[in-house]
Design a protein around this ligand. Structure first.
Ligand code: ATR
Length: 277
C-alpha cells in the first residue's frame, strides 16, 4: 500500500489524513496517510525515516521543504515555499498547491470572478507568499500587501516582480487605502494573539473577506468582516480541501470531487473548532 504523510507542528489536529482517506475511498485508491509531528530541527530526518511515497508539509516547515528539494515547480519557486513533495529519483520535487487551492475555492465553490478586482492581502509571511502568485495569475487588478513589519511587505512585493499591480504598505497605511473587493487575512495574528484593529473603510457592500485560517483561528477576522458589512465572510476550509485535491491529483493522477468532503469537514470543524491542516 502506498504511504503518505503530512509533516508539521503542531500536527495532532490535522485534517489532512481525514481528507486524503475520503479521497482514497472515493477514487478506489489504496493508500495510508498519516500525520507526523516534526519541527525545523528534525524534519529532514523524519521525512527520510518515514519511507513515504509523497508528503504534504504545513506550518512551520514549508520553507524547510523548499530548501531540501532537488527541484521545484515554478509556482513553488514564486511562493518560496513547498506544501507538496513528490519523489524524484532518490530525492524530492517540491510543488505548492496552496494558491491554486484558494483561487479554486473562491472562483469555483463561491462563484467569485477575481478578474480586475482590487485585493488586500494582510500579512507577508509564508501563508501570504503561498497565495499571492495565484491571486495575480487569476487576473486581479491590484494587490495591496499590508504587513505589520513593512519591510517584509516590500520583500514580498519585490519577489512577486509585478510593480504595476503589487503595492506593499505598512499596517499604519491601512486607513488610506480605500475600499477592496477582496480582503485576505494571511496573518498569524488570530492564531497567536489578537487581531489588530482594522479600519472599516476597507470594506464596501460588495466586499468579500476570506481568512486562510478556519475554526477558532478564523473567528476574530470573520467577525470583524461581518461587522464591517462584507457581502461574504469565508474561512480557509475550502482552500484546505482544494489544495489537498490538487496534491492528491499530483500523486495519483486522479482529481477527486471535493464538495462532499468539504461538507463533511465543515460538520467536523463545527463540532471541533481546534482542528488544523
Ligand atoms: P505564516 O507561515 O503563518 O505566514 P509567518 O511566516 O511567521 O507565518 O508570518 C506570520 C504573519 O502574520 C506575518 O505577516 C506577521 O507579521 P510580521 O511580518 O510583522 O511579523 C503576521 N502577524 C503575526 N502576528 C501578528 C499580529 N499580532 N499583528 C499583525 N500581524 C501579525
Amino acid at each position: 500500500m502506498r504511504r503518505y504523510a503530512v509533516f508539521g507542528s503542531p500536527i495532532a489536529h490535522s485534517l489532512s489524513p481525514f481528507i486524503h482517506a475520503a479521497f482514497a475511498r472515493q477514487t478506489g485508491i489504496a493508500l495510508e496517510y498519516v500525520a507526523i509531528e516534526a519541527g525545523h530541527g528534525d524534519f529532514a530526518e523524519k521525512l527520510a525515516a518515514s519511507g513515504v511515497d509523497g508528503a504534504n508539509v504545513t506550518l512551520p516547515l514549508k520553507e524547510d521543504a523548499f530548501a531540501l528539494c532537488r527541484s521545484t515547480s515554478a509556482r513553488a519557486q514564486r511562493a518560496g515555499a513547498v506544501n507538496t513533495l513528490l519523489h524524484e529519483g532518490d530525492g524530492w520535487r517540491g510543488d505548492n498547491t496552496d494558491g491554486l487551492g484558494l483561487v479554486r475555492d473562491l472562483t469555483e465553490r463561491h462563484g467569485l470572478d477575481l478578474r480586475d478586482r482590487r485585493v488586500l492581502l494582510l500579512g507577508a509571511g509564508g501563508a501570504a507568499r503561498g497565495v499571492a502568485p495565484a491571486l495575480l495569475d487569476a487576473g486581479i487588478h491590484s494587490l495591496y500587501i499590508a504587513n505589520r513589519t513593512a519591510e517584509r511587505a516590500d520583500a514580498l512585493a519585490d519577489a512577486l516582480g509585478d510593480p504595476a499591480r503589487v503595492h506593499p504598505r505598512g499596517w499604519d497605511a491601512l486607513s488610506d487605502l480605500g475600499e477592496f473587493d477582496l480582503l485576505v487575512n494571511a496573518t498569524a495574528a488570530t492564531r497567536t494573539g489578537a487581531l489588530p484593529v482594522l479600519p472599516m473603510a476597507l470594506v464596501a457592500p460588495r466586499s468579500v473577506a476570506v481568512d486562510l485560517n478556519y475554526g477558532a483561528s478564523a473567528v476574530a477576522f470573520l467577525a470583524w468582516a461581518r461587522a464591517a458589512g462584507c457581502a461574504q465572510a469565508l474561512d480557509g476550509l475550502g482552500m484546505l480541501v482544494e489544495q489537498a485535491a490538487e496534491s492528491f491529483s499530483l500523486w495519483h493522477g486522479v482529481r477527486p470531487e471535493t464538495d462532499a468532503v468539504y461538507a463533511a469537514l465543515r460538520a467536523r470543524v463545527e463540532t471541533s473548532p481546534a482542528a488544523g491542516d
